[in-house]
Ligand binder design. Structure first.
Ligand code: AMP
Ligand code: ZN
Ligand code: FE
Ligand code: FE
Length: 278
């Protein structure tokens, strides 16, 4: 069990636990440093920090996870310590969330054409006040009995290249990196092992200011971790890590803290952050 988990979702996006519920779980599991990294929103950060104030030795790093676009893949970018009150940045996040709503509606159209109607109202309800994501659609599909679980919904319909997949407008990785830097954040590439042609992209992203890559991640084998550590060293990137916990409740889900992330990572991130801010 680790004491650091830098990739966690709440009901502010597609996680199932509210920020206080997640904080309680993390504290109960002995975590000392967590980052809230919801998709395209920072709304979960302050409630999590308020909840964490009751636990003397738990710190919450404010974060966000942006979806950025390259032709061949879905790429996610984590931003740590982004300025929560920056208006332009919040407008950018709002633009991304609008894109999520439009995409979700188009996915529902495709599902209807496939003979699998899902009510938009139900998806909206499942998302609550949070940013809508495909997991909410997947959950509605499970409720309808179309699929047995969320994973199956992605494998058969919602994943990239599957029949109900819909693209949305996104920033380029370089734009994402610059937007995070512009508000004092530390940009880190999320779950990079899945990105085809990663080695080819890295020099450009590092040039744009990428500061880290996620190396310690749920399901990554020692071989994958070794390869990513090699890349981190080669490009001077901070090797971060986390579970990407959503609280989906599936039996194979990695719980907060179940991926070991060295403390040194936090030290390096903090140093980087203050260098950037100064
Ligand atoms: P979205 O934000 O709508 O693009 O959806 C991305 C989210 O869907 C990820 O953060 C995961 O939570 C979830 N997801 C993506 N692929 C899968 C999969 N194959 N099985 C289950 N969940 C997935
Ligand atoms: Zn998610
Ligand atoms: Fe992600
Ligand atoms: Fe994530």
């Amino acid at each position: 069990m680790g004491e650091v988990d830098l990739h966690l979702h709440t009901t502010a996006s597609d996680g199932r636990l509210t920020p206080p519920e997640l904080v309680r779980l993390a504290a109960g599991r002995g975590l000392k440093v967590i980052a809230i990294t919801d998709h395209d929103t920072t709304d979960g950060v302050r409630p999590a920090q308020a909840a964490a104030a009751r636990f003397a030795d738990l710190r919450v790093i404010p974060g966000v996870e942006l979806s950025v676009d390259i032709a061949e893949a879905e790429v996610h970018l984590l931003g740590y310590w982004v300025d929560l009150d920056n208006r332009e940045f919040q407008q950018l996040l709002a633009w991304s969330r609008d894109g999520r709503v439009n995409r979700a509606r188009r996915i529902l159209e495709k599902l209807a054409e496939l003979g699998l109607p899902v009510d938009w109202e139900r998806v909206r309800e499942l998302a609550g006040d949070g940013a809508v994501g495909r997991p909410h659609i997947a959950q509605a599909m499970v409720e309808k009995g179309y699929v047995s679980d969320i994973r199956e919904a992605f494998e058969l319909y919602l994943g990239r290249g599957r029949p109900a997949y819909v693209e949305r407008e996104r920033l380029t990785p370089e734009q994402g990196i610059r937007s995070v830097l512009a508000v004092g954040g530390v940009p880190v590439l999320a779950h990079p092992a899945e990105i085809e042609g990663l080695e080819g992209h890295l020099p450009g992203w590092v040039g744009a200011g990428l500061a880290g890559i996620e190396v310690y991640y749920a399901g990554y084998t020692p071989e994958v971790v070794g390869r990513l550590l090699g890349l981190a060293e080669q490009y001077g990137l901070i090797p971060t890590g986390g579970t990407d916990y959503h609280g989906f409740g599936s039996p194979d889900e990695a719980l907060p803290g179940s991926v070991d992330v060295p403390w040194e990572v936090v030290d390096r991130l903090v140093k980087r952050r203050f260098r950037l801010a100064s």
